[in-house]
Design a protein around this ligand. Structure first.
Ligand SMILES: Cc1ncc(COP(=O)(O)O)c(C=O)c1O
Length: 382
């Protein structure tokens, strides 16, 4: 038994506030009765505000990949061609999902650690007029890159091409203006910025994406967005609702809006600056070189030559009760991901930086905590 607080600094699941945990511990309302419908109604209003969209935000009982699957199956017919802009593990997941749907795929593969250039998306679309959609991540969680989705939307909105954006590690962590930017499908999951346990995902479509969904022959019994939209309008879900998660969501969204999304984003921005400054002051290299392309919910830190991630992660857990995460795929032993999403604050990130420094075979000499905290406070004051 560890006699100290566990700090889960992982890119999902993330720590959950007591207010949300306690709300979920209350007796369950029945999902077809009025008390639950009131919660659903409030959630829908708040989700629309969160997604910055006027259309419904469809809740699904599944993890984030379910929402990705729902978008591919509801927006495209087998045989249609889509462009997958990928720079990492989750981008590659789009390829598998699209193939499972029987879509033809064009792949725009970008260097991990770099933001996909919108111009490259434009060139790929110019080169092939049969492409009906672009799939990409807003934040690629495997590397910590924030992709320029707004700029890609400027390109897709001018054409008959739907932009499907995976915002699983971006929604509620950095600003995303779905309608204003022209994103056609925005999706996220419950276990990251929303400060909830895993198990729920959300999908919102633009009017032209709904029009497309109405034309697509349904071939997926469970992920039927048209059916879910009808139920959503009645403050219901098609099948049994994830009741506790809906109750928790109600509390989490109230917390976010009580505090104010601008302040939530500022905090995320400051935590990103803090993590980057701390790692650099330790003498470590950042995987995402340009700060403007760094996602606000996690920081990928390169390990020195010859140091492997798994023993560092094991020591941080054993001696500091801090859960850090390795990179994914090729980056597995080379990169440590320090996440700063969910119910975490500067003190958790200071603990994360300390756990990392303490667990390296050669202890860093620099005053990394001072540097990190200075960057944090400076960012808040910007
Ligand atoms: C960007 C991104 N996409 C997709 C997923 C997959 O989500 P899930 O594991 O909830 O199915 C994740 C999970 O970490 C993610 O971060």
């Amino acid at each position: 038994m560890s006699f100290q607080a566990t700090r889960m600094l992982t890119p999902g699941p993330t720590p959950i506030p007591d207010r949300v945990r306690l709300a979920m511990a209350a007796p369950l309302p029945h999902h077809r009765k009025d008390a639950f419908k009131t919660i659903m109604h409030e959630n829908q209003d708040m989700l629309k505000k969160l997604f910055c969209t006027e259309g419904p935000v469809i809740p699904l009982a599944c993890s984030g990949t379910g929402a990705m699957t729902a978008s591919a199956f509801n927006l495209f017919e087998p045989g249609e061609k889509v462009l997958i802009a990928t720079a990492g593990h989750f981008g590659d997941r789009w390829i598998d999902i699209a193939k499972m749907r029987g879509l033809e795929t064009a792949v725009l593969r970008w260097s991990a650690g770099e933001a996909i250039a919108p111009e490259a998306v434009r060139e790929a679309l110019d080169a092939d007029a049969s492409i009906r959609g672009v799939f990409m991540q807003i934040s690629e969680t495997s590397t910590g890159v924030l992709h320029p989705v707004k700029d890609v939307a400027d390109i897709t909105r001018e054409r008959d091409v739907l932009l499907v954006a995976d915002g699983i590690s971006a929604v509620s962590l950095s600003p995303i203006l779905m309608d204003e930017w022209g994103i056609d499908c925005l999706l996220t999951g419950s276990q990251k910025g929303l400060m909830l346990p895993p198990g729920m995902a959300f999908v919102a479509l633009s009017p032209r994406a709904w029009a497309r969904a109405e034309q697509v022959r349904p071939t997926c019994f469970y992920f039927d967005l048209i059916g879910e939209r009808e139920n959503c309008a009645k403050d219901q879900t098609h099948y049994t609702s994830p009741i506790s998660l809906m109750v928790g969501l109600n509390e989490a969204l109230k917390m976010l809006f009580e505090y104010g999304m601008d302040k939530v984003f500022k905090k995320q921005y400051a935590l990103m600056k803090m993590a980057r400054a701390g790692a650099e002051a330790m003498g470590l290299e950042l995987f995402v070189k340009e700060e403007k392309h760094s996602t606000w919910g996690l920081t990928s830190i390169c390990l020195p030559e010859g140091v492997k991630a798994s023993p560092v992660i094991a020591k941080a857990w054993k001696d500091c009760s801090v859960i850090l995460t390795a990179g994914q795929g090729e980056l597995k032993e080379k990169v440590i991901r320090l996440a700063h999403m969910g119910w975490v604050d500067w003190a958790d990130i200071a603990a994360g930086l300390h756990a990392l420094a303490y667990s390296l075979p050669e202890k860093p000499q620099g005053a990394y905590l001072e540097a990190a905290l200075e960057a944090y406070h400076k960012a808040l004051a910007e």
